[in-house]
Design a protein around this ligand. Structure first.
Ligand SMILES: [Zn+2]
Length: 226
């Protein structure tokens, strides 16, 4: 995903804006509402702030969405020059067998699976993090450090309470992170913006404009307007 960041000097906020342009056979108003509600709630939860030119700015995420027909999405994609817009195809399955974002970190095109309980599982918030350019952590052992971060992948080691099965041995079946326990930590928010800020007069973009949409099963596609 990509996004656009703007300083609001009056409100002392750094606002990160993204629009999810949803398409595909399972893109609906209802799923869109659940996805953006999870992303906004989770990414605003840590109340991250950053000091720039001697002033502390709260970092605020404003993510919204629309549901578009195939033809509308093609036109939008062809004409789009804004990092604010992200093209997300929603389907039942794909060749990767998981929700995915783009062809590299920070891309504004993705293919997400309804079977990942989008909006109720932290998957949408995790994919949003990739879209903002964040990788998985290098170290995948988060025992004794509270809730695992949003960018922790499946298989991460966590305290017993955050495992699929609290009684399982760490790393064995049931002994890895249950994704619902992930939280966005303030340092993850800061990782998105810290190297991009030059001063409060600058707005800046996050991520890249992808050259591709996806076909139904998640292959990069050049789709033609019918
Ligand atoms: Zn991931």
């Amino acid at each position: 995903m990509a996004a656009v960041a703007n300083f609001d000097l009056e409100k002392r906020t750094l606002v990160i804006e993204a629009h999810l342009a949803l398409y595909g056979s399972l893109a609906t108003q209802q799923i869109g509402e659940r996805i953006v509600s999870e992303i906004n709630r989770m990414w605003n939860e840590p109340k991250a702030a950053i000091e720039v030119d001697g002033t502390l700015f709260d970092i605020v995420f404003h993510v919204d969405f629309g549901v578009y027909s195939q033809n509308d999405i093609l036109k939008m994609f062809a004409e789009n020059t804004s990092h604010r817009v992200n093209f997300i195809r929603i389907e039942e399955r794909n060749i990767a067998e998981r929700s995915m974002m783009g062809f590299g970190l920070g891309e504004n095109s993705g293919h997400w699976l309804i079977t990942d309980q989008l909006g109720d599982s932290t998957t949408a918030a995790h994919e949003f993090g990739h879209a903002l350019g964040l990788p998985h952590p290098d170290e995948l052992d988060f025992r004794n450090s509270g809730n695992p971060p949003i960018m922790a992948p499946r298989g991460t080691l966590v305290d017993a309470d955050f495992q699929w099965n609290p009684l399982a041995e760490p790393g064995m079946t049931g002994g890895t992170m249950r994704p619902i326990h992930r939280r966005v930590w303030a340092y993850e928010v800061l990782n998105v913006v810290k190297d991009k800020i030059l001063g409060t007069t600058d707005s800046f973009t996050i991520g890249n404009l992808s050259p591709h949409l996806y076909d139904e099963i998640g292959q990069p596609a050049t789709l033609s307007v019918s």
